[in-house]
Design a protein around this ligand. Structure first.
Ligand code: NAP
Length: 279
């Protein structure tokens, strides 16, 4: 390619999104880095500056739940750069709590960002990618999109939705040369854990209090021992350069054994393993 390829990434204020923005810039991409609050751009730009790619990153205000902004950001990027080669749908959060105790607003909020936001971003880039006959859409799913754990039902539901959406999208886009890829990380050390755990709703007299405490202990343990999220950014960096990528790329702590166990073991055995892990 003789021009600078262009990537649009959502949720770049921290975690995978921030690291992926720097990674793609290092690989020669012009990166349009979306974040909800522009004032949070310090960490991204400092990291980019340290490796000499600050000039390749343009930070834009982008809340994926705001449809008008989504469309405007994509249109502006196309006006400025002419092409959009890669979309990384990364923005998301994890809502914890037990189903009975979460409000319908909580459920909707989770789906608005993790699922409908991703749909809106995808719809906004499709006309362009379809007409030019190329492009890659990377959806950051999760192992929670392959197996539902107690205490995280809204998150699991939103990530299962991303899985089904990505399968359909991949079929629909294959004739137009647009790649669709799902990255399915296990637990990684990013701020998602503290943000999600901080908002868990429960009360001292909750019938779920004990189980919730076990889930919280498990999550805190996972967050503490989780690997470096740079692995995910590096994987995305490799995937966007693969001509015919697979649909799914699972990685990280326990991700592959968990998926194998779910595929091969009788469901009741699998449930028992999850129960034991949460004790
Ligand atoms: N870390 C893990 O263990 C793990 C495992 C599997 C999958 N994932 C997935 O990886 C993705 C990135 O998460 P992370 O771990 O890197 O956590 P993170 O550091 O909390 O990053 C999440 C990013 O999404 C942004 N965001 C949240 N709601 C948004 C909205 N409505 N519009 C635009 N941006 C929004 C956040 O912005 P603010 O700073 O404004 O909140 C932040 O920049 C998520 O989709 C998550 O589900 C994470």
């Amino acid at each position: 390619m003789d021009r600078e390829p262009v990537a649009l990434i959502t949720g770049t204020s921290s975690g995978f999104g921030m690291l992926t923005a720097v990674k793609l810039a290092q690989l020669g991409y012009r990166v349009v880095a979306g974040m909800r609050n522009i004032n949070d751009k310090g960490m991204l730009l400092e990291r980019a500056r340290r490796v000499g790619v600050e000039a390749s990153i343009e930070v834009v205000r982008l809340d994926v739940t705001d449809e008008e902004t989504v469309e405007r950001v994509v249109a502006d990027a196309l006006t400025r750069y002419g092409e959009l080669d890669v979309l990384v749908n990364n923005a998301g959060f994890a809502l914890g709590g037990f189903i009975e105790e979460l409000s319908m607003d909580d459920w909707r909020r989770q789906m608005e960002t993790n699922f409908f936001g991703l749909v809106a971003m995808t719809k906004a880039v499709l006309p362009h990618m379809r007409v030019r006959g190329s492009g890659t859409i990377v959806n950051i799913g999760s192992v929670s999109g392959r197996a539902g754990f107690p205490g995280y039902a809204p998150y699991a539901a939103s990530k299962f939705a991303v899985e089904g959406f990505s399968e359909s999208l991949r079929h629909e886009m294959a004739p137009y040369g647009v790649n669709v890829v799902l990255v399915e990380p296990g637990a990684y050390k990013t701020p998602i854990w503290s943000k999600g755990l901080a908002h868990i709703r429960t009360s001292a007299d909750s019938p779920y209090a004990n189980t919730l405490q076990n889930v919280l202990n498990y999550s805190e343990r996972a967050a503490r021992t989780a690997p470096d999220p740079q692995q995910v950014a590096d994987l995305v960096g490799r995937l966007v350069r693969v001509r015919a990528p697979r649909l799914r790329y699972a990685l990280g702590q326990g991700a592959k054994p968990m998926l194998w166990a779910k595929a091969l073991l009788p469901w009741k055995w699998f449930e028992r393993i999850i129960r034991m892990a949460l004790k």
